[in-house]
Write a protein that binds this ligand. Structure first.
Ligand SMILES: CC(C)(COP(=O)(O)OP(=O)(O)OC[C@H]1O[C@@H](n2cnc3c(N)ncnc32)[C@H](O)[C@@H]1OP(=O)(O)O)[C@@H](O)C(=O)NCCC(=O)NCCS
Length: 414
């Protein structure tokens, strides 16, 4: 009997959750009340599944998202999540069938691109996704870092206050809106994100531990940064503190706030290790320490992947560091975004249009996804044989145009 790939009905949601748990190696039992709790927030019309003899054997979901691009513009994205195929049904094309249908629907809807966070590097390139924003996680050996133990707070007239979850729900959304307008690679957070992130809503299947919330206010009293961290309680045999602070979230709209919040968490008494969480790869943290080697990299990886669906709107949505022009020949095996396009960038904005001129660069849509937010270098992709330079120096022109002074970063896992 052939496997049926389609959107699911409400009555199939519990079975779909069971298949999701199976694919992610979690215990494959789902209580009806858990299903009822989750269903209203999942966007049923965009949940897909594969069914073999009536049993769900693959899961997939997409939802509307906004992605910030260089310059602060926001593009409508189709975020992909909850992708699994049960181990009995892998490598038979089920993911490909769900993905093809969902990307076609996203294109039809007018989404500029699709985003996802890949569990494994080798899954999504064939579907036109390229790694577009990486992360780095550091572990700081606080005693070695050499920070001044007498630090008594920011010396710039600003202040740090501990607040509770209700305060965060009030000030967090507005702070985050300001933050994401300055950070390409960031995505929107809805009200539920803040409810889940502050324990106002606790899912029965996810244990909740209340973290500490610290807010930085500038000398003018403006909220400019939020730090969320947890601490364990660990002491050595000689009664020395060995506590680790783990940063769950940290967003800042000014360098002063970012510097102060890092300094704060590294200066809490008893904390001897700080784990940074997934940060932009050019985060200030290591260089804020008198001894940057005290910040050891524990994770360095791709995080956000981008799949362009509309090259013209994508390239016109962002800004460019310098004026310049390029003709790009974009291949897309799925037939969604390919073509030849001329990009003219200037201080007044960018114009992109289909073109018949000879191309400067030939590349797959996957490579354009990696260049789009400024993460990757065209010169490097040419050296790797993955982008073809049709006119001499075109890759350097592309880098001058596309690369950004600060790295793209997506702070959220979805
Ligand atoms: C990743 C996963 C969803 C792939 O599903 P699938 O139905 O087996 O994928 P498909 O059969 O459509 O694969 C299409 C192609 O991708 C390749 N591919 C799929 N998963 C891959 C992986 N993890 N690593 C390398 N290649 C992979 C297949 O070999 C196939 O190649 P081919 O076209 O050359 O034959 C499935 O293996 C799974 O559920 N893994 C565990 C959960 C997970 O990692 N989910 C992703 C969360 S982001």
């Amino acid at each position: 009997m052939s496997v049926d790939v389609r959107t699911i009905t409400e009555s199939e949601f519990t079975d779909w959750l069971r298949a999701l748990a199976t694919g992610f190696l979690r215990p494959p039992v789902v209580r009806e009340d858990e299903a009822a709790e989750r269903l209203p927030h999942m966007g049923l019309p965009r949940i897909r599944g594969a069914f073999d003899d009536g049993r769900c054997v693959a899961t997939y979901r997409s939802f509307a998202q906004e992605l910030t691009v260089p310059g602060g513009g926001k593009v409508p994205a189709s975020a992909v999540s909850n992708v699994t195929v049960s181990p009995t049904h892998r490598r038979r094309g089920l993911l490909s069938r769900m993905m093809d249908a969902d990307l076609a629907a996203a294109k039809e809807r007018g989404d500029v691109l699709s985003t996802l966070i890949a569990a494994e590097y080798r899954i999504y390139g064939r579907h036109g996704f390229g790694p577009a924003a990486s992360i780095t996680e550091w572990e700081v050996d606080v005693p070695r870092a050499g920070l001044d133990a007498r630090w008594a707070g920011p010396g710039d007239g600003g202040r740090i206050d501990l607040v509770d979850g209700a305060d965060v729900r009030k000030l967090g959304p507005e702070l985050h809106e300001r933050f994401r307008a300055t950070q390409h690679g960031a995505v929107d957070r809805d009200e539920r994100w803040w409810q889940l992130g502050t324990g106002q809503v606790v899912m029965s299947f996810q244990p909740w531990t209340e973290p500490f919330y610290a807010v930085y206010r500038s000398a003018q009293g403006e909220v400019e940064g939020l730090l969320v961290y947890q601490a364990d309680e660990k002491w050595g045999d000689a009664k020395q503190p060995l506590n680790t602070a783990t940063v769950r979230d940290m967003i800042a709209v000014s360098p002063a706030a970012e510097r102060a919040l890092w300094h704060f968490v590294c200066a809490v008494d008893w904390i001897t290790t700080v784990r940074s969480g997934y940060r932009a790869s050019d985060d200030l943290l290591p260089l804020l320490l008198p001894d940057p080697r005290a910040a050891r990299i524990v994770t360095q990886a791709d995080l956000l992947w981008v799949r362009l669906l509309d090259v013209v709107r994508a390239l016109e949505a962002r800004t460019y560091a310098v004026p310049g022009s390029l003709v790009l020949q974009v291949h897309d095996a799925a037939g969604l975004a390919g073509g030849r396009f001329r990009l003219d960038a200037s201080a007044d904005g960018a114009v992109c249009a289909p073109s018949a001129e000879s191309p400067d660069l030939t590349l797959d849509v996957r490579e354009l996804g990696s260049l789009y937010l400024g993460e990757e270098s065209a010169v490097r992709l040419v050296a790797l044989g993955r982008v073809t330079e049709e006119s001499a120096g075109a890759a350097a022109v592309a880098d001058a145009l596309f690369r950004t002074p600060r790295r793209p970063w997506c702070p959220d896992i979805f």
